[in-house]
Design a binder for this molecule. Structure first.
Ligand SMILES: Nc1nc2c(ncn2[C@@H]2O[C@H](COP(=O)(O)OP(=O)(O)OP(=O)(O)O)[C@@H](O)[C@H]2O)c(=O)[nH]1
Ligand SMILES: [Mg+2]
Ligand SMILES: [Zn+2]
Length: 313
């Protein structure tokens, strides 16, 4: 009897893709492109945007019975809570802008979280039409321009057509999470590539030099009718907790530091004070050229202290 029941339930399960999540319920898209609201069966079937799920119809809504195994999960871990952005990503596009002024620490943290899940990052600096602040931001990004694939300059408002063409080359055929502080232009970018998205955008507050948190939930958009290219718009973040990462893992997750950590005398070098450290000798200072910028090394030290003290683990 029990066997028959589970077979019957199994036969009724259908595939779906989570395209938005609002608290406990989420919006699921079927392979045919229909969309419906689904509720998780229990804690184990809590899904995030990008999850592939098995669901079952119940009246006009659905119940998520199972979340398929994830390729990766991009999330942040603060002292008390875990905030999942999205699952099964090919890459994250970290979008910052000339204004509001970006936080280098938050940029470094987002890159570390991506590296920990082996998700390729793209960094883009928007609003090149705001000339002087853009130049300042571009200069601050020097260490990042040397890493990864460099930094992509954009002006989504002033040169939308050129930017669309550049972005499409990087995004085509992939699933990309657009991440960044409030006011950077994430929804502007989404609307440029997916005109039907109609995502709300808002002027940043000049007084506070900060965004207004216009986007409040993470949403998946198809860029093409064939559904091969996807963009995920997300709410701006201010804090990016990395409590899930071990202090001793940090150096491996910071590209510029990792590159020189192989030259250290001690295999368990923390790169903070050890003699014969390959990282410390590469930190640039007045009169001492080096491959690691002082700001990146400072961020490494601060994060190392923060993660060593963490009571979360
Ligand atoms: N000058 C200038 N303004 C831009 C550019 N791109 C976007 N903006 C403006 O920046 C403001 C914020 O853009 P949004 O797209 O709402 O920013 P967001 O990153 O989605 O912000 P949240 O949803 O709050 O996280 C809007 O007023 C946009 O019109 C640009 O290239 N140049
Ligand atoms: Mg937005
Ligand atoms: Zn070292």
């Amino acid at each position: 009897m029990a066997k028959q029941r589970s077979d019957a339930a199994g036969a009724a399960l259908r595939d779906g893709l989570v395209i938005a999540s609002h608290g406990r319920h989420c919006l699921v898209e079927t392979p045919e492109g229909e969309r419906l609201i689904c509720h998780p069966r229990g804690k184990k079937s809590q899904a995030v945007v990008g999850d592939r799920v098995r669901w079952q119809a119940s009246e006009d809504e659905g119940t998520i019975e199972q979340v398929q195994q994830r390729k990766n999960l991009f999330y942040r871990q603060d002292e008390i809570r875990t905030k999942s952005f999205a699952a099964n990503l090919d890459q994250v596009l970290i979008l910052i802008a000339a204004e509001p002024e970006f936080s280098e620490t938050q940029l470094a943290r987002a890159l570390i979280a991506a590296a920990a899940e082996r998700i390729a990052p793209i960094i883009a600096l928007n609003k090149s039409d705001v000339v002087a602040p853009f130049e300042r931001a571009w200069a601050r990004l020097a260490p990042y321009r040397r890493m990864h694939h460099g930094v992509l300059p954009l002006s989504l408002k002033a040169s939308p057509e050129a930017d669309r063409a550049t972005l499409m080359k990087l995004l085509a055929g992939r699933t990309t999470l657009v991440l960044g502080p409030s006011g950077a232009g994430k929804s502007t970018l989404t609307n440029l590539l997916v005109p039907s998205a109609l995502a709300s955008t808002a002027e940043i507050s000049q007084a506070l030099n900060s965004g207004k948190h216009t986007t409040t939930s993470t949403t998946w958009y198809w860029v093409d009718d064939a559904r091969t290219t996807a963009l995920i718009d997300s709410p701006g973040f201010q804090e990016f907790g990395l409590q899930h990462i071990e202090a001793m893992q940090l150096a491996h997750l910071m590209t510029d530091i990792a590159e020189h950590a192989t030259a250290c005398k001690f295999y368990n070098c923390t790169h903070l004070h050890e003699p014969g450290c390959g990282v410390i000798t590469q930190v640039e200072s007045p009169g001492h050229p080096g491959a690691i910028s002082p700001s990146r090394y400072r961020i490494y030290g601060e994060l190392f202290a923060e993660l060593s003290q963490s009571r979360y683990k």
